[in-house]
Design a protein around this ligand. Structure first.
Ligand SMILES: N[C@@H](CCC(=O)N[C@@H](CS)C(=O)NCC(=O)O)C(=O)O
Length: 214
């Protein structure tokens, strides 16, 4: 399977984590000519990463790709079998996809102090805090997001937490995860998990390279 994307994209990192966890043979490729080239737009008219090519199957949207991977490659399922547990794992993922990440990207745009709009920073921090409070209620963090096993929830949570730790200290002096004990426990355990820490290290390297060329 070809996964088009950079590990620096938290959306692509979701899919990379799932592929590595499930042991799906894959190759990470950057689209030649970028995400807006005619050839890439033919595969994904939205011109976004991640996009995958699995034989004749071309798919995009990270959430759709995660579900496809789990449906097609049955080994080491990332969606719990029971309906309620599956919904809970997906719900944690949705909080990060729909609320944590948009606030986080809003803050990413404000990291340059010379161009910062403090009103926007305050708004995004408030939105982020609300989303993290919701995540704190839903997370199990024993040690994975939805319980004892790695699930689809971790594919969303882990890359977002990497980015939060890279971005929030640049715009706020408050501790990134505040007093949220489950999120803090999750992050501490993630740093000791070979799969997740491996992805964090690669994201860190890619972020440093990105900042240097900026
Ligand atoms: N909803 C999409 C979002 C993907 C997305 O926004 N990817 C960004 C990377 S962080 C991208 O490809 N941006 C390149 C561009 O917009 O040209 C998903 O979940 O896959």
């Amino acid at each position: 399977m070809d996964i088009y994307g950079s590990i620096l994209s938290p959306f692509a990192a979701r899919v990379i984590l799932a592929a590595r966890y499930k042991g799906i043979p894959h190759k990470l490729v950057m689209p030649k000519g970028g995400t807006k080239s005619p050839a890439f737009l033919k595969m994904n008219p939205m011109g976004k990463m991640p996009t995958i090519k699995d034989g004749t199957t071309i798919l995009f949207e990270s959430g759709v790709i995660l579900e496809y991977m789990d449906d097609k490659f049955k080994k080491k399922s990332i969606v719990p079998a029971a309906a309620k547990a599956a919904a809970q794992a997906r719900l944690i993922g949705a909080i990060f996809a729909e609320y944590v990440q948009p606030a986080m990207f809003g803050l990413f745009d404000q990291t340059d102090p010379a161009k910062r709009d403090q009103k926007i920073v305050d708004e995004k921090l408030a939105a982020l805090n609300q989303a993290l409070n919701a995540a704190e209620k839903l997370m199990v963090a024993k040690p994975f997001a939805a319980g004892a096993r790695f699930t689809i929830a971790d594919c969303y949570v882990a890359p977002a937490l990497f980015f939060l730790h890279a971005i929030v200290p640049q715009v706020s002096s408050e501790p990134v995860l505040g007093k949220r004990t489950k999120l803090k426990r999750y992050y501490a355990k993630a740093l000791k998990n070979k799969l997740i820490k491996g992805v964090f290290d690669e994201m860190d390297e890619a972020l440093k390279a990105y900042m240097q060329q900026k």
